[in-house]
Design a protein around this ligand. Sequence first.
Ligand code: ADP
Ligand code: MG
Length: 257
Amino acid sequence: MGKIIAIANQKGGVGKTTTCVNIAASIAATKRNVLVIDLDPQGNATMGSGVDKYEVAHSAYDLLIDELPLDQVVQVETTGGYHLIAANSDVTAAEVKLMEYFARETRLRSALADYKDNYDYIFIDCPPSLNMLTVNAMTAADSVLIPMQCEYYALEGLTALLDTISKLASVVNSGLKIEGILRTMYDPRNRLCSDVSDQLKKHFGEKVYRTIIPRNIRLAEAPSFSTPVMYYDKNSTGAKAYLALAAEILRQEEKLE
Ligand code: ADP
Ligand code: MG
């Protein structure tokens, strides 16, 4: 059965998109069927998957607003070896239009219902806000993966995110879990980084992934080559870290089965 993971944190620049694209590519490389849904109007996950957001005929807008079936909206050719629902500025309009609907939180869940089991994993890249797009992602999801940059203000805002998750869990999505908390852009020489990391472990214990994503220039360069890092520099520390994270996620799943 397909597992849907929303990658969310209302802070910008914490590594959501980088995590989404690279974890999707790493899992797709194990011959699993993977879908990425880009819900950020900036379309960074789209561009980083080798799909031109200015050229696409369809985007998440068509899925959420026009109710086109997923197989008509999906891009099957990406540089990461996964399927993609693209995003571009149309998705901003979708966010506005969603507000007009009754049952506006559940539009994405309904759109995925018939297609969920075509995939082993579906990753949703959320915008940097707790808006109706993010709410749609977390309502459709089985779990939420939270990337966190280990810096001074990292924990600020986390309460709002956790509140939103628990509200959605009690109102529209009773099974919603925290998939894991991921430390991103980690610099071991930075004292603050290890302090914040310790705090995270103290608060969240087992929910914090063992895998740490280091700060790695290759991860930042790969999107300008329109590809996940493993197909740009497979020996980079960034590529290895995301492969390790994929293995950790797959192992967790096996334990549950
Ligand atoms: P978000 O989607 O949360 O806004 P991004 O994934 O776009 O964050 O990351 C923000 C910026 O930091 C991007 O330019 C990205 O390439 C860069 N970046 C992300 N993760 C790393 C990392 N581990 N090392 C170095 N640069 C990174
Ligand atoms: Mg992003």
